[in-house]
Design a protein. Structure first.
Lengths: 491, 491
């Protein structure tokens, strides 16, 4: 166990909070609820961005940038959107400060009051659809496939690094289409992109499904999502893709002339993932020794630690290390040779374990003599000797193996912690115990959903796409149910 | 001349404003002074980001992210900084809206007033140095070499797309060092990075120099800058790199234990470039037909336009075009085959000229018969026939040629528009006329600088590093001057 790191078994929540700090990922700032993302944490986000951005572009999207501020009145234009987003938010009311006439620093200049308050964007549907109005006249202007990488602000009362912060970084896709079907297809395509990213890059198995009306995005006709299970049995929503129908086109009066010459409202989607994914990545794979990162998103994939006592030994070990480093780099593996003299090998081992570097290579005088290197993998903590000449091939295949192993392990965990239940007693026993996903029948009403939430804190995470569609009886009300839905306590 | 585009000679300012809109780069938004960066404009910024980010990383920097909001009191901690930055800015005073009891939409909830107002960051020195306090104890924690890509807000009264907007995108580097010399070296290194970027990627020759005290960054000991000349004879500051001394370390009480065991204040730098560079790029190279983009930053480097009348002709021309496209792509050239039937070749030619695509390839039935393609370069508008089999090599070398030609042209323009003067009469004649850079003697006082500015609108752009260091007499006051400085009217 890493020095001073609370174990998951002792207090999972505490373990997470400590790990984020100890691994230098992020910290709280002087501004309530806003985090500082430190270089190591930010480099994970950069890797996520690069992979996602390439996938967005492959599916035909371009990036653009819209204003940080949204006029207050925009939020009132879409009836359900205002309820969901225009409440807990940062409001800009003035545009100037001045010296305090009493000499006590600076104060707001009351003469510089905005006629209409500006809201720091909590999401950008309104400002973007107000903009699209000017971009769309004819079917020839459609589709618009645009994404934005941006910061957004939601004034959360209880915040946690990465998982829930007042300001966070995200991407928000906003597309405009000539037909409902095209928009629905886009909604599905982007959910698939998210699922592929979660599974292939984050090594995180996800369940694709549809939100209930209660849990739907404010302003959406339909919200699709991917849900993952964390090691404490709680679910975490990893991405959402919304079919917005014509709601925003109607709110902002965006119409186009169809091929047939009719004037019609435009169809819309929006979809997003955020820095929350960094939290999911930590929670899904890491252990009591620290971070465990999937090689595809690890800022550093391998580290070489030299072991020596004398200068003469260092010379030999250093030469061997540099040759291994070159071989790894030639294979496109990101690798660091940590030859700092200020720290002992044992300290370095613990440090790179804490930081989740997937592969560690140690080289000592005996290794040089025998032509070997010791390679340790972070996921299983196994160590083995390999011929130095095969180090690059070994590490390359180990990285693939680790990526796959993390996925398999997370999938096994999810399978072991997904329960099909047919009674409310069983349901409560699981939810109050080890938790996990619970597949159960539900009568389809918001009332039952709400009651179960109040009594157990579990919510319907989604109606899974590949769920069991056989009818049954609602575990709570006993009324008929079309299909099973997936419950869990959630972040 | 592009249809409807005002010529530079008629009204340079109008030409710029129209071009930004017509070329789909950006537009004004519903929020005063904030722009929407459209996909084509944003893709230029993305190319700039990619090149700069790689250069930052090569020079040892990592990215991180700091809060959007800064507590008001932070600005008062550094005396000169507050004057420069804490005045015209967006002030967040409340964190909640509520339904208007009179049913008129939503209003600010007066009970949700922040105890201390938050400023939307106009620059991040204060919040970052407040954070660094927690990161730095010993010389072992130094240097810190961090950069942030972010949005910032300065409440400008007169805004212009890209050149001066209330919100803009930028990067801001913030580094911490154990010695003054190390910080000064960093300041110089980053100025060199900016100059290299401007010259090699933007094809924009720049003059490196030092700002006068008047023009210095608020809170800096020394501000270095790169200055470029636009086609209307006005200068544009393209990047700044500041040596901050110990000012922010003192303001935020950031000390470290040196190797000798002394407690000392940390030394700082900051440096930044912004979306303003997109404006500089447009102004430096473009012409009355539209954008002219340097190939290294062009979102699309080449376009293929098919010319045909019959389906049979299209089949042959299309096959030839696709084969040329593959050959170009194999060379890493970004190329589009525009076979839209909705637009005529002439329309497409004008469109890609307007968009500044560096190379245009036209292929018609005669070309197919003769095994040729017509290649036009955007910078000179020259067209020539080439053997189809050599299209890729030809385009690759043309792209290099265009990149170099744009630089050479801009350098020649700057040389022709840089004047050495020894009297105020001469000075005024040039500044009031064609403008350009004027190299003149100045007595070194803020008063003289201010007078000249008031009388002519010209400012001292910089004291050039490679300027003429021979002494002389100030053109305004006649007092002794150590060296010539560079004046210009500026954006």
């Amino acid at each position: 166990m890493a020095k001073g790191l609370t174990s998951r078994a002792t207090d999972y929540s505490q373990w997470y909070n400590e790990l984020v700090i100890k691994a230098d990922l992020a910290e709280n700032s002087a501004v309530r609820g806003c985090m500082v993302i430190k270089p190591y944490g930010y480099s994970i986000w950069e890797k996520m961005q690069a992979a996602l951005d390439a996938m967005f572009k492959r599916t035909g999207h371009s990036n653009a940038y819209f204003p940080l501020f949204i006029p207050k009145s925009f939020f009132t234009k879409e009836a359900s959107h205002v309820e969901g987003f225009a409440k807990e938010c940062a409001v800009v009311t003035h545009y100037r400060l001045k010296n305090d006439p009493n000499g006590k620093g600076i104060i707001v200049d009351e003469t510089a009051k905005l006629e209409e308050e500006l809201i720091v964007r909590p999401t950008s549907e309104t400002i973007i659809w107000n903009t699209y109005k000017g971009w769309i006249q004819s079917y020839r202007d459609l589709p618009i496939l645009v994404n934005q990488w941006a910061n957004v602000v939601r004034w959360e009362m209880r915040t946690r690094l990465f998982l829930r912060t007042a300001e966070f970084l995200w991407q928000e896709g906003h597309t405009a289409h000539a037909t409902a079907q095209e928009a629905i297809d886009e909604t599905n395509t982007m959910l698939d992109v998210y699922a592929e990213f979660a599974e292939n890059f984050m090594a995180l198995p996800v369940i694709k499904g549809r939100k209930t009306e209660n849990e739907r995005f404010a302003g959406a006709v339909d919200t699709l999502c991917i849900e993952a299970l964390m090691q404490d049995g709680k679910a975490l929503q990893c991405g959402t893709s919304h079919f917005l129908g014509q709601n925003f086109a109607k709110a902002f009066d965006v119409k186009f002339t169809s091929k047939d010459g009719n004037l019609e409202h435009v169809w819309a989607t929006s979809w997003g993932v955020s820095t929350r994914l960094v939290g999911a990545l930590i929670m899904a794979h890491s252990d009591d020794n620290g971070l465990v990162l999937p090689p595809k998103l690890a800022p550093l994939q391998a580290v070489i630690v030299p072991i020596y006592k004398t200068d003469e030994e260092y010379k030999k070990v250093g030469d061997a290390a540099r040759s291994v480093k070159s071989a790894l780099e030639a294979k496109g593996i990101s690798v660091k040779f940590d030859d700092r003299e200020t720290h002992k090998p044992g300290w370095k081992f613990a440090e790179y374990e804490l930081k989740g570097v997937p592969v560690r290579i140690a080289i000592g005088p005996n290794d040089v003599a025998n032509g070997t290197v010791e390679i340790a993998r972070r996921d299983t903590l196994e160590k083995k000797l390999y011929p130095a000449g095969q180090a690059a091939e070994t590490v390359a295949s180990l990285l693939d193996e680790i990526q796959q192993n993390l996925y398999d392990r997370a999938l096994k965990f999810r399978q072991e912690n997904t329960h099909q239940v047919d009674s409310y007693d069983e349901f409560r026993k699981i939810i109050d115990g080890k938790a996990g996903f619970v597949s159960a029948h539900w009568d389809g009403t918001a009332e039952t959903e709400q009651k179960i939430k109040e009594e157990t804190k579990a919510t319907i995470r989604c109606i899974p796409f590949d769920g069991e569609a056989t009818p049954g009886l609602c575990i709570y009300s006993g009324k008929p149910s079309k299909e099973r839905v997936l419950f869990a306590k959630a972040y």
